[in-house]
Design a protein around this ligand. Structure first.
Ligand SMILES: [Zn+2]
Length: 440
């Protein structure tokens, strides 16, 4: 009797997982601030949970790595090769050629909430909610605000699934009064809202906060890119060695900042010269953003019950640039992986980015695939992996319909797909809609 119960428990998908993706989050900064008694939520996560030093693949490009985290596959298989092909094509969710964790979870009849994850536009039909990364349109912080392409209308169709989520998410955008009272207000003021990442990150968090409690979700995913944006421009100033160097020779900093100016880019910070006060302010940008992200960890964590594992993960870290040490932050190939909550075995591990997705599947009680290169990290989680399926590569019909897991049998999902025009009443893909999706 007991054995039957145990077997039933281990085979039934019961665990819930929420992944908070923080682009560019770096351990050296976390350790420095936690060592100073700050970042209480991240400190607790490290103390109570798994701390993984995560090796990532190269090239270190966010669209590639976030798709690997969500799918378990390398770029050659998942289909996202970077931001653009270099031949005028911007990669999007339509180019993803494998199932991601939310597709499979959704196909198993469990609900998902995905908010802002890279390469989720156009938002695909899921059992639950998906707010794509295009819902809040933004520009990189280093983009020239006077450039012609700023403010030009982009394709805003299909930014959410269901469509009605857009109207619901709209009033969740932070208003001016909230920004003005925020500790990062000085940064938003300097750059303006579509360039500084705070408003976008905060919207992604609020949408998740609003949906997760009611969704009955099994998998949640949230993506914030603020740490990456701010670190590219301000990492150097938060480094004590670089601070010393600039204090000793501010003219060298000015020369480096001017030499690095490029057409289409906003002038680098303090390209006209930097004084001691400005250097101090510049040094606050990155730590202040980390302080905000720590509050986000606390907010998300507070929504989760005892059946849920919280994973906080980055796609790469940051370091002082060797080519432009005075002005630039460079990607570091060690990323952050932290986990707490259900099934976690506290301790330190080294892992590979390929291990994330198979481990998420094991936590969810769902099968990973035999052709995924990573491992289920049973050293860090008390899980029994479900026997894998051969592959999670999409076949054409599955690509067209946005569900690759046999979840097609789910009549509700089929009705949704049909209503959207993704499939006809016979369950066959609508060729006119699927035209932009590549065939294997
Ligand atoms: Zn990144």
């Amino acid at each position: 009797m007991l054995l039957t119960l145990l077997l039933a428990c281990s085979s039934a998908p019961t665990g819930k997982v929420v992944v908070l993706g923080l682009d560019g989050l770096e351990y050296t900064m976390l350790d420095r601030l936690i060592g100073a008694g700050e970042l209480p939520h991240l400190a607790r996560l490290m103390k109570e949970g798994v701390r993984g030093e995560m090796e990532v693949t190269t090239p270190i490009m966010s669209p590639i790595l976030w798709t690997t985290i969500a799918s378990g596959y390398p770029a050659e298989v998942h289909g996202i090769g970077g931001w653009t092909t270099g031949r005028g094509h911007s990669f999007s969710g339509a180019d993803v050629q494998v199932s991601r964790v939310w597709d499979v979870t959704s196909g198993s009849d469990a609900a998902v909430v995905v908010s802002g994850w890279l390469m989720t536009w156009p938002a695909s039909p899921v059992n639950g909610f998906m707010l794509s990364e295009r819902f809040v349109w933004s520009y990189p912080m280093n983009k020239d605000p006077d450039e012609k392409s700023v403010g030009v209308a982009v394709d805003r169709a299909a930014t959410t699934f269901p469509d009605s989520l857009a109207a619901r998410a709209e009033p969740l955008r932070p208003d001016d009064a909230w920004v003005a009272a925020h500790p990062l207000a000085y940064q938003v003021k300097e750059y303006g809202a579509p360039f500084h990442p705070l408003l976008r990150d905060e919207t992604h968090v609020r949408v998740f906060e609003s949906l997760w409690p009611e969704a009955g979700g099994r998998f949640g995913g949230i993506y914030l890119n603020g740490a990456d944006q701010v670190s590219h421009l301000y990492w150097a100033y938060s480094d004590p060695g670089v601070q010393d160097a600039i204090r000793k020779d501010p003219a060298a900093h000015t020369a480096a900042a001017q030499a690095a100016s490029k057409p289409g880019r906003r002038a680098l910070p303090y390209a006209d010269g930097i004084d001691v006060e400005q250097l101090e302010q510049a040094g606050r940008y990155v730590p202040d953003y980390y302080r905000y992200l720590d509050t986000v960890v606390g907010r998300v964590w507070s929504l989760l019950d005892a059946d849920t594992t919280l994973v906080v993960v980055s796609d790469h870290g940051f370091r002082v640039s060797s080519a432009q040490p005075l002005i630039n932050g460079s990607h570091n190939d060690t990323a952050v992986f932290l986990a707490a909550g259900r099934a976690v075995k506290p301790g330190k591990i080294k892992l590979h980015i390929y291990d994330v997705a198979p481990t998420l599947y094991a936590l969810l009680g769902l099968p990973a695939a035999s052709d995924m290169p990573g491992q289920v990290r049973t050293d860090a989680f008390d899980v029994t992996p479900v026997a894998p399926v051969p592959t999670r590569r999409l076949e054409r019909v599955a690509i067209e319909s946005g569900a690759a897991d046999g979840g097609l049998a789910d009549q509700q999902l089929r009705d949704q797909l049909e209503a959207l025009g993704y499939i006809d009443e016979e369950g066959l893909p609508n060729a006119s809609i699927g035209g932009s999706r590549r065939q294997e």
